[in-house]
Design a protein around this ligand. Structure first.
Ligand SMILES: Cc1cc2nc3c(=O)[nH]c(=O)nc-3n(C[C@H](O)[C@H](O)[C@H](O)COP(=O)(O)OP(=O)(O)OC[C@H]3O[C@@H](n4cnc5c(N)ncnc54)[C@H](O)[C@@H]3O)c2cc1C
Length: 83
């Protein structure tokens, strides 16, 4: 009944065994601030880290916010006021 869920579907047919393979200890999906912070934390543990993004590294909210990301760091500013 749920067979279709387990079938892999691709836009084009290909054989995975013929593709270039990359091996890493930690795979981070996303190259925005969250992914990069996770990658730094993982790298600090001395493991190999690879980051993949769905597009160029410049295509992220993090990149578009280069003018500065406001954050509540010190009182009297706070998280609720920041929202
Ligand atoms: C102009 C602007 C100003 C901003 N100003 C502020 C501010 O002042 N204060 C504040 O707190 N926030 C601000 N933000 C929001 C803040 O920038 C984002 O909340 C934050 O950067 C999100 O980081 P992220 O790593 O979660 O996501 P993103 O930076 O969006 O990164 C997502 C990553 O995931 C990848 N990805 C997504 N889907 C897939 C997929 N299917 N497969 C592989 N990779 C995938 C993308 O390619 C990208 O690399 C602003 C945003 C913008 C655009």
């Amino acid at each position: 009944m749920f067979q279709a869920i387990y079938q892999r579907r691709y836009l084009v047919s290909f054989k995975a065994a013929r593709l270039t393979q990359q091996v890493t200890d930690v795979l981070v999906i996303g190259g925005g601030v969250a992914g990069l912070r996770a990658a730094i934390a993982a790298a600090d543990e001395g493991v190999d880290v690879m980051i993949v993004t769905k597009d160029r590294i410049q295509e992220s909210n993090t990149w578009y916010a280069q003018g500065g990301v406001a954050a509540a760091l010190n009182p009297p500013d706070n998280f609720e006021a920041h929202i």
